[in-house]
Design a protein around this ligand. Structure first.
Ligand code: AMP
Ligand code: MG
Length: 403
């Protein structure tokens, strides 16, 4: 029996679990999900310091027509030990250098002038100006990065600033990818009549890599038990296995049979969606096996809808479903009720709202329509038609154009 789209996706998400964590060094952390909580080991900044190149002063001394005497110099990396800003005195200081005792403000060099060997202040100075205070950024023991956070450049800066060289992050999923079909040959090889190039391996591998996984290409299995079993067995060594094609009703569609014979426990076969109906999902020793339809458009759309959230969850992500925006459909689209339809659309922003139009022929054999699309509109199963002017949910797969 075919599953509803929602049921199929929740079966998948309930079946997969987060992979173990591993230590990873700073240069390789971007996009990884941290597996530990980071508490500030000390106050940040660690000491009061200057936010500008200039002079450390007492704000009350900075009155018109009363030049200051400059005594002492603290460069970045220098220290202020033993230096005190006494009344009528300014200490030259560089950005980031520790503030000497006695000062309560920094005057930037551009707000000063020199007159007869003394320092003239040309601006109003208030206590606290251009001083960075110990702990004003982060307090010792404060939670700065929660477990489950996706590490962006800003988090990586914070980790490095606290001296971490490696942190524990969830492992990247190793994802085996297998194409099936007697008609397939590898790109670059000579192609015979009635043969086509295996293109699915490369789109699926690209999609796996794009979300942070490690694709392992198993190549092509023919439409026979032996060839399929050999490759599928190898694929079951990975954290997840994706096969494409051979899951429909054709008499050479053997993928489901072979998976079953190898002990992959089937959780569903067929989903009420278009494109992508013959999608199947199973588990072997807790590892997910996704059997996607062979049609390139169907395999990419079912990857996005089913495989992507599962891999993201395995790699520790908490938000695994692609967000959607609302867009106004520009034409009337009719559909068969009972199946969710994923419509390839072109979304533009007219300054007031987003507008979606079909990006071309929606036949699953038309790959070009997916290249033209920057969004996938979700048309709920029960709908029979979307009338021009109605809003639909669209997952954006590329930036929106401005009208
Ligand atoms: P199937 O599900 O095996 O009937 O395949 C459906 C369609 O997808 C057929 O037209 C296949 O030739 C095509 N197809 C299957 N595998 C691939 C692949 N790896 N790359 C490109 N097209 C494929
Ligand atoms: Mg086939």
């Amino acid at each position: 029996m075919a599953q509803s789209f929602e049921a199929a996706r929740s079966i998948i998400l309930q079946s997969v679990s987060v992979l173990p964590s591993e230590p990873v060094a700073l240069p390789d952390l971007v996009g990884r999900v941290i597996a530990e909580e980071i508490l500030a080991p000390w106050d940040m900044p660690r000491w009061n310091n200057s936010a500008m190149d200039g002079f450390a002063v007492r704000a009350e001394d900075c009155v018109a027509n009363r030049p200051l005497t400059v005594e002492g110099y603290i460069p970045a990396g220098g220290n202020a030990v033993g230096l005190t800003v006494k009344p009528g005195v300014a200490v030259k200081i560089m950005t980031g250098a520790p503030a000497p005792t006695g000062c309560d403000a920094i005057v930037p060099v551009e707000d000063t002038a020199e007159k007869d060997g003394r320092l003239v202040i040309t601006t109003r100075v208030r206590p606290g100006d251009h001083l960075r205070i110990r702990g004003e950024d982060v307090r010792q023991d404060e939670l700065v990065i929660d477990a489950g956070t996706v590490l962006r450049p800003a988090e990586i800066n914070m980790l490095a600033a606290f001296g971490y060289r490696t942190v524990g992050v969830f492992r990247r999923a190793k994802v085996a990818i297998l194409s099936t079909g007697d008609e397939l040959v590898e790109p670059g090889e000579e192609i015979g009549p009635a043969q086509i190039y295996n293109s699915n391996d490369y789109s699926i591998a690209a999609a796996v890599r794009e979300l942070g996984g490690e694709p392992l290409l198993l190549g092509i299995a023919g439409d026979d038990h032996e060839s399929l079993a050999g490759k599928i067995n190898a694929g079951l060594e990975a954290d997840a296995l994706i096969t494409t094609a051979g899951v429909s009703m054709g008499d050479r569609d053997l993928v489901c049979d072979v998976l079953q014979s190898l002990g992959v426990e089937r959780r569903f076969w067929k989903v009420d969606i278009k494109p992508g109906r013959p999608t199947a999902f199973g588990l072997k020793n807790g590892k997910p096996v996704f059997s996607l339809p062979g049609n390139p458009v169907s395999s990419m759309i079912t990857f996005d809808q089913f495989v992507r959230p599962a891999l993201l969850k395995m790699m520790g992500h908490q938000r695994v479903i692609m967000p959607s925006v609302r867009a106004v459909m520009q034409e009337t689209v009719t559909k068969k009720p009972g199946r969710v339809q994923f419509l390839r659309v072109r979304v533009v922003d007219d300054g007031q709202q987003l507008r979606a139009s079909s990006s071309g022929d929606q036949n699953t054999g038309i790959l070009r329509t997916l290249l033209r699309a920057n969004g996938i509109a979700f048309l709920p199963a029960e709908l029979e038609q979307v009338t021009a002017g109605e809003e639909v949910d669209v997952q954006l797969i590329a930036p929106v154009d401005k009208l």
